[in-house]
Design a protein around this ligand. Structure first.
Ligand SMILES: [Zn+2]
Length: 305
């Protein structure tokens, strides 16, 4: 979720972060683990909450997008980097769970509240992202230290500590840069902003968002798991595949109401002024007030202009 997209990252705090985290003696790590427990750990300017999702997966949340961590015997994979001022807190949270090094970092998509800590975290490990995340960050003048070093199209699978990690792309959805992370062994799906859990989603048509593509990607993802699957959303609380399906129903409901209102002769202005309550009861309690973005996207796809 970001209005501003990419932020250029000053490199000032990187050496400090690196030396701090790498010079902590083992006793210090143990002490850190003991005192932090399930309490929030304060980063440089940002407090993150930590929640265990499954045997190997953790979720860190605070201001900006949720962060995932996959902890294995051969290292840690961090999913998303939030903001530059949360990067140190992400590293602290990982250090509070394990003494394993961070081996890879994944960006779920291009938005600044998911890639903002890239320059700092890439001092720890290489960042993997959709080719278009790299292209969009590069085109917007992002610091080279923040640019993902490994990019891919389609799918990527890798293994770490006996865990399979699948990275999936589905074309245009929340943006045209989205990657979902599927961990079959843990039955956990990390969606990035393909899921705003019980919130109206940000629909970034300026960066390739497409409601029909988003629905299609969700349909693919919900078939991966089952009733026990845990879903780490980009925003909101830990959820399940029903929550992800609800995101798809919301987008479909927006498309349906745009289509029916247009068929009934309503003007574009009237259609774009529809509200959440016009969609019925299911979404009435959702947070955020972003239905206008979805209406505009659906209108452009279905009617044009
Ligand atoms: Zn986003």
């Amino acid at each position: 979720m970001s209005r501003n997209g990419i932020t250029n990252q000053p490199a000032i705090s990187r050496p400090m972060t690196r030396s701090l985290t790498r010079s902590l003696p083992i006793a210090g790590l143990i002490l850190l683990a003991l005192v932090s427990g399930s309490l929030p750990v304060r980063g440089q300017a940002q407090t993150l909450e930590r929640q265990q999702v499954s045997d190997h997966v953790w979720m860190f949340s605070g201001r900006g997008g949720n962060v995932g961590a996959v902890v294995t015997d051969e290292g840690v994979i961090v999913i998303d980097t939030q903001y530059s001022d949360s990067a140190a807190g992400i590293i602290e949270q990982v250090r509070a769970i394990t003494d394993q090094p961070i081996r890879y970092i994944i960006n779920t998509h291009v938005h600044g509240d998911h890639v903002g800590g890239n320059a700092i975290l890439q001092a720890e490990a290489d960042i993997i992202a959709h080719r278009k995340t790299f292209e969009r960050m590069s085109a917007s003048g992002a610091d080279v230290a923040a640019l993902p070093r490994i990019v891919f199209d389609g799918e990527m699978t890798f293994r770490l500590g006996g865990n399979e990690i699948h990275l999936l792309q589905g074309g245009r959805a929340h943006t045209d840069t989205d990657v979902a992370v599927w961990l079959p062994g843990d039955n956990v799906l990390i969606t990035g902003d393909l899921l705003f859990n019980r919130m109206t989603p940000y629909v970034d048509t300026g960066r390739g968002a497409h409601t029909a593509g988003w629905i299609s990607f969700i349909d693919t993802l919900v078939r991966l798991g089952n009733g026990e699957t845990k879903v780490v959303p980009g925003h909101g609380e830990l959820g399940n595949l029903n929550d992800l399906s609800a995101m798809g129903r919301y987008l479909q409901a927006v498309r349906d109401i745009v289509q029916s209102a247009h068929a009934a002769g309503k003007s574009k202005e009237d259609i774009l002024a529809l509200t959440l309550s016009d969609l019925g009861d299911e979404f009435a309690e959702w947070e955020g007030n972003r239905i206008g973005m979805a209406l505009a996207a659906a209108y452009a796809e279905l009617i044009g202009g």
